[in-house]
Design a protein around this ligand. Structure first.
Ligand code: SAH
Length: 340
């Protein structure tokens, strides 16, 4: 619930408007899980709230801690029994949580574990926020950065994602700055355009994975609806409107998207825009025949020879199924998920 909504709800109960702000900061700032915790409200009011409303919570269904780097992977059970994942990563610049935006995904990327089994439903704003709040609560680590790079396609659930962004960004909530938030999309162009109009200062990541239609359509079905030309046009427009550099994700797949000519094509398409290519060593997904590339350094050098900045993503949590959808898949196979 937004501050405006809570304020109105309090007034309807005959309370002064400022109670809305009090409840808002309990819910969104401190992550209260029961009305009883809200000790600056009268007992009578807490009981009234208890009767009328509920507070969304998550239950830890599994927690895996990497012995390599301390990365924590959470499998959360939602109130309806569905499961989603979040990952806590500890960097020197702060603690980052990677959150899911949907239960499952319908985008169908060939290399991604999240999409096996399709989409079950969208996550609600409360379920998005709770991934941050409960990760913080469970780990005892203050979260300073959020990446929307978990299970699901954020732009396929954009209304709820935008509400979530306003809530975590709110002064009386977690107060996480937009510049500390990244949103990743497989390339849903209406969403990119809508985000551009809002001129938020977050970092947009676009899952490119191939600069030519033939390859991209083969590994990312979304490309059949919004092709490479349309995608780059939307990206250029996004940069013009927001002034923000876009980060292009590129999972390096052996013999599929790791040829020099593809690096050349990326450079060509990026001309006129300060793009950044984030190369991801492909995580082996059991369901997929695609294998990790052995040409990561060469591809990087080729991009750099064109003046394109390219980094190789450091891999965290390699021992704990930390990449998209892997843990949920495993739990589904083990019968850990009631809905499926
Ligand atoms: N649906 C959004 C959010 C997912 S973000 C999107 O597509 O951008 C997760 C990132 O990890 C995406 O760039 C996705 O393409 C990438 N990814 C998925 N499976 C992967 C794998 N097996 N290896 C490396 N990267 C992968």
């Amino acid at each position: 619930m937004t501050l405006e909504w809570l304020t109105r709800a309090m007034q309807e109960l005959g309370q002064p408007a400022f109670r809305g702000r009090q409840v808002f900061s309990w819910l969104h700032g401190r992550g209260a899980v029961s009305f009883d915790e809200m000790t600056d409200l009268s007992k009578a009011l807490r009981e009234q709230l208890e009767e009328r409303y509920y507070i969304n919570t998550l239950r830890v269904a599994r927690r895996q801690v990497s012995r390599l780097d301390g990365t924590v992977k959470y499998l959360w059970e939602l109130m309806d029994g569905n499961c989603i994942e979040s990952v806590l990563m500890q960097y020197h610049h702060g603690n980052t949580v990677c959150i899911s935006s949907q239960v499952g995904c319908r985008m169908g990327c060939a290399f991604c574990a999240s999409t096996v089994g399709g989409k079950v439903r969208d996550l609600r704003p409360s379920e998005l926020i709770d991934q941050v709040l409960f990760t913080q609560r469970d780990s005892g680590k203050p979260i300073s950065n959020i990446v929307l790079m978990g299970i699901g396609e954020p732009m396929d659930n954009l209304d709820n994602v935008l509400r979530f962004l306003a809530l975590v960004n709110h002064r009386d909530g977690l107060d996480i700055g937009m510049r500390h938030i990244s949103l990743s999309t497989c390339g849903l162009i209406p969403g990119i355009r809508r985000l551009a109009e809002l001129k938020l200062q977050l970092t947009l990541s676009v899952s490119l994975h191939a600069p030519d239609n033939e390859t991209r359509s083969r590994i990312m079905p979304v490309n059949r609806a919004y092709d490479v030309e349309q995608l780059f046009a939307a990206c250029h427009e996004y940069f013009r409107q927001t002034g923000r550099r876009i980060s292009f994700e590129y999972a390096m797949i052996d013999g599929v998207n790791d040829h020099d000519w593809q690096a050349d094509l990326i450079a060509e398409k990026l001309r006129g825009m300060p793009g950044h290519v984030n190369m991801i060593p492909l995580n082996d997904v059991r369901e997929s025949p695609l294998k990790p590339s052995r040409r990561i350094r060469q591809f990087q050098q080729r991009l750099e020879s064109h003046g394109v900045t390219a980094t190789v993503r450091r891999s965290l949590g390699g021992d704990i199924d930390a990449s998209c959808g892997q843990l949920r898949r495993k739990a589904m196979e083990d019968g850990g998920e009631k809905q499926l």
